[in-house]
Write a protein that binds this ligand. Structure first.
Ligand SMILES: NC(=O)c1ccc[n+]([C@@H]2O[C@H](COP(=O)([O-])OP(=O)(O)OC[C@H]3O[C@@H](n4cnc5c(N)ncnc54)[C@H](OP(=O)(O)O)[C@@H]3O)[C@@H](O)[C@H]2O)c1
Length: 252
């Protein structure tokens, strides 16, 4: 845990972004970098992560990378410690790393179920266990802004979609976890928002291209814009949920 001396070693706010090497996580990381946040970005593939970091550094902020698998508890804990050591503060935690496998309830292999719950729910729980003390400390030192958690849920965690039962259940649980952060820590200036979009045009949604054209999907920039808006709110305004549907209906 950081000391008060460490907290002020860099006056810039600091954010930790999981899944920050591409897709929605990278889009949010870029928006935060442009807003002046120092960053820790994390993902498994170290080369792609370093490429993303090089791009983010062009904004002038500090960017450290930490490669690791969020399915592994130890990697998740190491990531949070690396962030605390580098910056001594955590203004925004973005939980974007996630995995999805399609399969009906009666045929989905349980190892696929376990993997989705490990990355989409267990790792966020561990991340919060590790970071809530630093989030609270940062909020206490910056009462005008507090500290924020942004969890990338999914519209399938709000409205069930056939073939995505395990993924949807893991994302519904992530929404619940964000609500629990608000129940336990909003009084301390730490609030959480679950963003639940329909299909966003990233690698993860590419398997749907024969059904939905990329240009009909939500833009990464749209989600980054919403995430950035949350970070600008006072601690008095708590936004537990943002549901983002594609034009055309209340489905993914
Ligand atoms: N795209 C959509 O339509 C959509 C809609 C609703 C919600 N979401 C959610 O939004 C989040 C971001 O999705 P996306 O579309 O940006 O996905 P993406 O393009 O597939 O990117 C996923 C990111 O997470 C990292 N990642 C994946 N598995 C990981 C693991 N086990 N450990 C550490 N990092 C891991 C990836 O890097 P590495 O592969 O190098 O690890 C990458 O940086 C996810 O939680 C997803 O469920 C996506």
């Amino acid at each position: 845990m950081s000391t008060s001396g460490q907290l002020h070693k860099d006056q810039r706010p600091a954010a930790l972004v999981t899944g920050g090497s591409r897709g929605i996580g990278l889009g949010i990381a870029r928006a935060l970098a442009e807003a002046g946040y120092n960053l820790t970005v994390a993902a498994r593939d170290p080369e792609r992560l370093e490429k993303a970091a090089t791009d983010l550094r062009s904004t002038g902020v500090r960017v450290q990378t930490q490669a690791g698998d969020m399915a592994e508890e130890e990697d998740t804990r190491l990531l949070t410690r690396a962030h605390a050591e580098a910056y001594g503060r955590l203004d925004v935690l973005v939980i974007a790393a996630g995995v999805g496998t399609a399969g009906d309830i009666d045929s989905l292999p349980m190892r696929r179920f376990d993997k989705q719950f490990a990355v989409n729910l267990r790792s966020p729980f561990v991340l919060l266990q590790e970071t809530l003390p630093l989030l609270r400390q940062t909020a206490a030192r910056n009462p005008a802004h507090g500290a924020k958690v942004i969890g990338l849920s999914s519209i399938t965690g709000v409205y069930s979609e056939a073939g995505l039962a395990a993924y949807g259940a893991s994302k519904a649980a992530l929404r619940s976890l964000c609500h629990s952060v608000n129940a336990e820590a909003a009084k301390d200036g730490v609030s959480a928002t679950a963003i639940s979009p329909g299909y966003v045009d990233t690698d993860m949604a590419a398997w749907q291209h024969d059904r939905i054209a990329p240009e009909e999907m939500i833009r990464v920039g749209d989600i980054a814009e919403l995430a950035l808006a949350v970070t600008r709110l006072s601690p008095q305004a708590v936004v537990p949920e943002m549901v983002v549907t594609r034009s055309g209906g209340m489905s993914a």
